[in-house]
Write a protein that binds this ligand. Structure first.
Ligand SMILES: *Cc1c(COP(=O)(O)O)cnc(C)c1O
Length: 393
């Protein structure tokens, strides 16, 4: 079966009860993704609600300070709700609406995807149920309240370790129980087919805009595109348009946490190996007992696997993946704030951190684009605490 395969990765490894739900989603996706009316409706939501196109900003202070390649920032942090997640959520929510669905369900760890889904549900007049581990709900009380403000119901999941993977199980169970009127909105380019392809297609607008914007200002393609990788949606969205442009180097930045030589990281490609979990074949951090616990200062990068298309791009040598530690990301978070007056999400700071090392090694005639996947307001209190300040949210 080649459907949903990226080389040897991807696929749809799910129990039989889920197959018919996935087939329905796949059929709808294939029907609408090239439908002129769907494209037009989504374009209106992107332009009038999300605020697209997002700016491509020439970071002149950072470029001068680092003394190498010219640096541009793709400002996904300026989107409504503060990150690239809205691109995917609006796409899938509109698809669900066209399918006649009445309810969106989602799982969330840190709460960012839950908030984005609740936002889209409100906008399109749908109900929304978000599944979240009890532990995560306590840690992310503000995001729980945000979802409730938008009218979503947040379900506390108490099984297992009461965190993200238990919330995924609970959401899938709820989907199986009511797939007639309910759509499961997955938050990254991971999981069984058709999610990795569909999420990539909704995020690919990032790379298409980068290409048009850089051509406009520089008259040529960039030499490198750099993005952080959790599940991999903002990275694949940034890369996809450039995969066929062999001159453009694609670099994904993985969370190395306290270091790739410790057990506390989430570097699925750097330290993981191929395996089949969460409905897909890809790279995962694992041991003989299955998935290993992962860690990153950044909740959005704290995932043991990576989307299957990244596994494939790595395998064929088209993209490279580099580890970035917590410490490096925090330094980059502070650096961008001071240098450009932009506070990036701590996830995005991983991409900034690698560029800070890389740009000075390149000539001034080279061009780097870094995707700033989100804004850092949500991380300010945690960064202050990281620096030893007593601060509470
Ligand atoms: C969720 C999130 C990420 C990680 O998700 P990807 O699917 O890897 O893009 C990165 N940055 C921000 C700001 C996020 O909210």
């Amino acid at each position: 079966m080649s459907k949903g395969k990226f080389g040897k990765f991807g696929g749809a490894y799910v129990p039989d009860v889920l197959k018919s739900s996935l087939t329905k989603v796949e059929a709808a996706y294939e029907r609408y993704i090239n439908d002129p009316e769907f494209i037009k409706d989504l374009g209106i939501l992107y332009a009038q609600y999300a605020g697209r196109p997002s700016v491509l900003y020439y970071a002149r202070n950072m470029t001068a300070d680092l003394g190498g390649a010219k640096i541009y920032l793709k400002r996904e942090d300026l989107n409504h709700t503060g990150s690239h997640k809205i691109n995917n959520v609006l796409g899938q929510a509109l698809l669900a609406k066209k399918m006649g669905m009445k309810r969106l369900i989602a799982e969330t760890g840190a709460g960012q995807h839950g908030v984005a889904t609740a936002t889209a549900a409100t906008l399109l007049g749908m109900e929304c149920d978000v599944y979240m581990g009890k532990e995560d709900m306590a840690r992310q009380a503000l995001n729980v309240y945000r979802m409730e403000l938008h009218g979503a119901k947040v379900h506390s999941v108490t099984s297992g370790t009461a965190t993200l993977s238990d919330a995924v199980d609970a959401a899938i169970e709820a989907w199986c129980a009511s797939d007639e009127d309910t759509y499961y909105l997955l938050g990254s380019a991971v999981g069984p087919h058709p999610f990795p392809i569909m999420v990539r297609d909704f995020q690919a607008i990032i790379g298409r805009e980068i290409k048009a914007q850089i051509r406009e200002v520089e008259g040529r393609l960039p030499d490198s595109v750099i993005a952080c990788v959790g599940g991999g949606s903002n990275a694949i969205g940034s890369f996809y348009e450039f995969v066929k442009d062999e001159s453009v180097e694609l670099i994904g930045c993985e969370a190395a946490g306290r270091g790739v030589n410790t057990d506390e990281h989430a570097a699925a490609i750097t330290k993981g190996r191929p395996g089949t979990f969460h409905g897909m074949e890809s790279y995962f951090v694992q041991d003989e007992n299955g998935l290993s616990p992962v860690y990153s200062i950044s909740a959005g990068l704290d995932y043991p696997g990576v989307g299957p298309e990244h596994a494939h791009l790595y395998d064929i040598g088209r993209a490279k993946y580099v580890p970035v530690t917590d410490d490096e990301a925090v330094v980059a978070f502070e650096y961008l704030a001071r240098m450009e007056g932009i506070i990036p999400a701590i996830e995005s700071a991983h991409a900034i951190a690698y560029a800070m090392k890389y740009a000075p090694t390149l000539g001034k005639d080279k061009i780097i684009v870094i995707t700033v996947s989100g804004r850092g307001d949500k991380d300010v209190a945690a960064m202050a605490r990281y620096r030893g300040m007593k601060m509470y949210e």
